[in-house]
Design a protein around this ligand. Sequence first.
Ligand code: COS
Length: 379
Amino acid sequence: MIERILPTDDARDLLDLVTELADKELAPRAADFEARAEFPRAALRTLGRAGLLGLPYPEEVGGAGQPYEVYLQVLEILASRWLTVAEAVSVHTLACYPVAAYGDDALRERLPEMLGGELLGAYCLSEPQGGSDAAALTTKAVRDGDDYLVSGAKAWITHAHSADFYNIFCRTGGPGPDGISCLLADVPAAGITPLKPERTMGLNASPVSQIVFDGARVPAGRVVGGEGIGFKIAMTALDSGRLGIAACAVGLAQAAVDYAVDYAKERQQFGKPIATFQGLGFMLADMATQVSAARALTLAAARLRDAGRPYSAEAAKAKLFATDAAMKVTTDAVQVLGGYGYVADHPVERYLREAKVLQIVEGTNQIQRLVISRHLTRA
Ligand code: COS
């Protein structure tokens, strides 16, 4: 049981509700869905009906008006039961950000359906030839009467097949960040083809795919915030999204610690539980410390965001530290279980495979270091 200081009694009730729901609806299904690589769309509808798909957005537009600090702890609990679902909530929340933060009144009319979870979103920024150098993207949108015609390809897109709307970051102007715009497209649509899902190392119930755009028509009114500000939208959305990934990492790592501790208390060698051997006990202590530190860093960054303070570098630090911690902690959890850690009868080998992707998505951890170092050294 994690001791938490929460800002309100409402927040505590929310976390209790999420824990109950995650224990009942998510945890029992995770292993089977992952083994079958089946995306749990129904589970996301359940979360939507429970009001969990628009938590950090204002109530006036259909959100739950929760501070980011609380939203991230919800994500953490979901991730400790089933990372695919937590990641889906995080990606959907990211996909709602452009319209919520930059959309005009007409686009914002769609927010209640988006935040209520009726519509699921995808965030299409990366491309096959590059993800880190986002400002070099080449997907093009050319004006044709009242529409844009979009051509190009996106890659690694979560919800490519299950989403109802895409944020498409594309080039409407010249080279560099100032030529980029964000279009909101309803899908499925003519000229937009998600390809066969990638065969990934983990997080198999959350397929990622390339998407091909071949002269797809998107109405001109669907430019979010106006032409040329797409890169700024993408970057500010990712500042928030990276905190979501950090919270997912904390939840996953916590699950690994909990499983390893339970196992080490039960497993007997040399006539006593292996947890009583200092070599193992200290390992568990280091694992638990990593998780606490990752949680503290993540929530500290969230509180800056909630207070309206700059938090970009702190979000990058949280994403970097929490996902590296999750990698280390899940690897150590496998070690605690020994041979049993390496087989699929226990979830820790899956946790290890899932942790790896968190060091890569929403900016590799090398990109997080670049963001942090630029903040340290800028004039
Ligand atoms: N918030 C607001 N504006 C930002 C910003 C942020 N976090 N980061 C950059 N910008 C602005 C800059 O201020 C600059 O605007 P001005 O020209 O008006 O000053 C503009 O965007 C360009 O910024 P910069 O020169 O830093 O861009 P770079 O091409 O060097 O790219 C990185 C910066 C590497 C940080 C960016 O490309 C990045 O985050 N890459 C990783 C992308 C990613 O995370 N992909 C994951 C897939 S999406 S799930």
